[in-house]
Design a protein around this ligand. Structure first.
Ligand code: NAP
Length: 286
């Protein structure tokens, strides 16, 4: 069993982004919109902005209370779309419930759509365009697999979850008729029957459901690769929190050939790909 080191691979990517920015003397900038006071969202935004500083990307935070009107956010996006000093726009999810996510992501200029959630980018991912901006977590997972030379071609990959954020774009990328992909993918969700019998057939199992330690060893095929996307906060009595994945790591690890831990697995890759995408947006806008 080998534990995949997401931090190491993410740091290499951040180093490359930083070196390119310094070498070419680029002025790269990311605007972050944060609405509401979700603890996890605030933590992610803090982490993302800290990494921006590390690689010489200027980040600007636009923070709103959870009561913010949809039009206020749409107007801000309009302003940022037209601002030549802003290369990329990140809208931190989840948004307050009264705000329509689809409207928000449709408004972002596709060349500044750092998360790849605008329908133009989603369509480009679906159709296999080379100039698509790929959503950060799916491209982060694919980059991790490649870094560990884990072959995708002709493998049976099962994804548990069907979110627009992670599972759907990942499915689309993995089945592309391109040399390094060509996987056979099964998607499972909360209506899937006999989940264990399906996950047990997977050469690579990717789990993105948001349920702490849900996947135990009876879901796993011996020798398979397990990628855990989940981030779940387990609160202790002293109100501090521990982060765990969707996979019961200790229970499962000895059955796997490779496994990502939580934290330090997929999470750091998401942030690294965000900064790489910011640089890609910068190039698109120049
Ligand atoms: P999501 O929107 O939270 O949706 C969860 C998905 O899991 C849904 O498709 C749901 O099915 C499915 N599901 C829930 N319970 C299930 C069960 N018992 N059996 C089978 N499927 C089940 O998905 P997400 O946004 O992809 O987030 C998933 C997890 O990944 C969360 O913990 C999130 O915090 C984490 N995440 C981590 C990163 C990272 O960088 N590491 C990035 C993004 C998200 P239905 O569609 O039928 O409801």
């Amino acid at each position: 069993m080998k534990i995949i080191n997401g931090i190491e691979i993410a740091d290499n990517i951040l180093e490359d982004v930083k070196n390119e920015i310094i070498k070419k003397n680029l002025k790269v900038s990311l605007a972050v919109i944060l609405a509401g006071d979700d603890f996890a969202s605030k933590t992610y935004v803090k982490m993302k902005r800290k990494k921006c500083t590390l690689v010489n990307i200027n980040s600007y935070l636009f923070e709103y209370p959870s009561s913010v009107g949809e039009n206020t956010i749409l107007d801000k996006i309009d302003e940022l779309n037209n601002d030549k000093n802003i290369d990329a726009i990140l809208v931190q999810l989840p948004l307050p419930k009264h705000i329509d996510e689809k409207k928000i992501f449709s408004k972002i200029n596709p060349s500044k759509d750092v998360d790849g959630f605008n329908p133009i980018n989603a369509g480009k991912v679906l159709l296999g365009y080379d100039d698509a901006i790929f959503p950060c977590t799916p491209i982060g997972i694919i980059t991790l697999l490649k870094a560990y030379k884990i072959d995708i071609t002709s493998k049976h990959i099962t994804i548990v979850g069907r979110s627009n954020l992670v599972a759907k774009p990942l499915l689309i990328m993995l089945i592309q008729k391109k040399k390094e992909f060509n996987a056979t993918v099964t998607i499972c969700h909360s209506y899937t029957k006999n989940l264990k019998s399906i996950t047990k057939k997977a050469d690579i199992l990717i789990v993105a459901i948001g349920k702490a330690n849900f996947i135990t060893k009876d879901f796993i095929k011996k020798g398979s690769v397990v990628i855990d996307v989940g981030i779940n906060y387990i609160y202790k009595n002293d109100s501090t929190a521990k982060i765990v994945g969707d996979v019961d790591f200790e229970n499962v690890k000895d059955l796997c050939s490779y496994i990502t831990p939580v934290p330090k697995g997929v999470g750091p890759m998401t942030i690294a790909m965000l900064l790489k995408n910011t640089l890609i947006c910068h190039k698109k806008n120049k």
